[in-house]
Write a protein that binds this ligand. Structure first.
Ligand code: PLP
Length: 393
């Protein structure tokens, strides 16, 4: 008999009932150190007082009002995002995959309105992940995500991640957009070097192609800048955001330049819940904390501390780990042992990590994780690795 919850997830046998900071409490009372943060969602950890306060205040005033009317919390968050980024305008969604849907629509409408209605093709890369909607799976294109779900949304050219020659050959005045994660998350924590991001920008400029960054996982302070592409000193035309921006409340956004967004006039797109007052009140509180140089400097300091400890961990377990990869607090342990064994051994040591493709264990802790929690986390990972090395996972 089918489970009452559609069985699309393989879940660990863990049930968390409360959380505080980087800690989650299991129903049996065990306290787990959370290095997954809801897969980069709980950017400020669990139950951050400022977010609880923002949500509570908004809940007491007004839960929902349609986008038929003005929403002050939405305006506040949009203004903050426009002020802090390349973007001139923002549309709010509820998730990353909805942001992907709009990014694709926006790019197509842009060319339609420019008198090039056939300029619809979007270049994407192997190992990418853009969500589970029809546009999201067609964009990523992997068999794992698309098999059985055809006919797929047409209009995507899939290139091998890192194949510069293929990219240069495919880029032409017929391509509508290039969509890329500056740091691949699901694909195994694979950062695009700054020089490649700059090269992508140049290539797009040469052919008039729109550059779309998917910063759903790597954005909102995760790499130590508000958005990951800032390290390269370049900007996209369109950017997909979600996860960390809501700090745990479902919220996403598409940011764009005025030119890229020019086709999206009244009636061309919409969402019942997108930009809901509760979500935006929390999002504005998240931005208040994270879009701050002092906060981001501390993220970079902690990232260096965690990375240094992880390099030591890898060196002490050469049979389990191959290398540390990634940037900021978006780190991966490339494994020699099965990554799922390392994650499972972590459960036994009460530390939570997340598997990714390419046999990688992902570490995406809360951006405000304490130094003490970093030390405890690595000690627990060390114990987990010892178990795996001993073949007891
Ligand atoms: N894009 C990236 C880079 C992601 O990592 C994810 C989710 O993991 C998504 C899009 C989809 O986001 P959501 O699950 O909120 O639809």
């Amino acid at each position: 008999m089918i489970a009452s919850i559609l069985p699309t997830y393989s879940r660990a046998p863990l049930t968390f009932v409360s959380g505080e900071g980087s800690w989650l409490v299991e129903q049996d009372g065990r306290r787990f150190l959370d290095l997954g943060a809801g897969i980069a969602v709980n950017a400020l950890g669990h139950a951050h007082p400022a977010l609880v306060e923002a949500l509570g205040a908004q809940a007491n005033a007004l839960w929902h009002v349609s986008n038929l009317y003005n929403i002050p919390a939405q305006q506040k968050l949009a203004d903050a995002l426009v002020e802090q980024t390349f973007a001139d305008t923002v549309f709010f969604t509820n998730s990353g995959t909805e942001s992907c849907e709009l990014a694709v629509k926006m790019a197509r409408k842009y060319w339609y309105d420019k008198g090039a209605p056939d300029r619809t093709e979007i270049i994407t890369f192997s190992g990418s992940f853009h969500g589970r909607s029809s546009a999201g799976i067609a964009a990523a294109g992997s068999e794992k995500m698309t098999k059985g779900f055809g006919p797929l949304l047409p209009g995507f050219t899939h290139l091998e991640f890192g194949d510069h020659d293929a990219l240069t050959a495919a880029a032409s005045d017929q391509i509508a957009a290039i969509m890329v994660e500056p740091v691949q998350g699901e694909g195994g924590i694979r950062p695009l070097p700054d020089v490649c991001l700059k090269g992508l920008r140049d290539l797009c400029d040469e052919h008039g192609i729109l550059l779309i960054f998917d910063e759903v996982q790597c954005g909102i302070g995760r790499t130590g800048k508000l958005f990951a592409h800032e390290w390269a000193g370049i900007a996209p035309d369109i950017m997909m955001v979600a996860k960390g921006i809501g700090g745990g409340f479902p919220l996403g956004a598409v940011l764009a330049t005025e030119d890229a967004a020019s086709g999206m006039t009244a009636g061309t797109h919409g969402s019942t819940y997108g930009g809901n007052p509760l979500a935006c009140a929390v999002g504005a509180a998240v931005m208040d904390i994270i879009a701050d140089d002092v906060f981001l400097a501390d993220v970079n300091r902690k990232a260096a501390l965690l990375r240094q400890k992880l390099e030591g961990l890898v060196a002490s377990h050469p049979d389990v780990f191959e290398e540390v990869r990634g940037t900021g607090l978006m780190l991966g342990l490339k494994c020699k042992a099965a990554n799922t064994d390392v994650v499972a051994a972590g459960y036994a040591e009460e530390v939570l990590t997340v598997p990714a493709a390419d046999n990688v264990v992902r570490l995406l802790p809360a951006l405000n994780i304490t130094d003490a929690d970093i030390a405890t986390a690595v000690a627990r990972l060390d114990a987990a690795a010892t178990t795996v090395a001993g073949g007891h996972a």
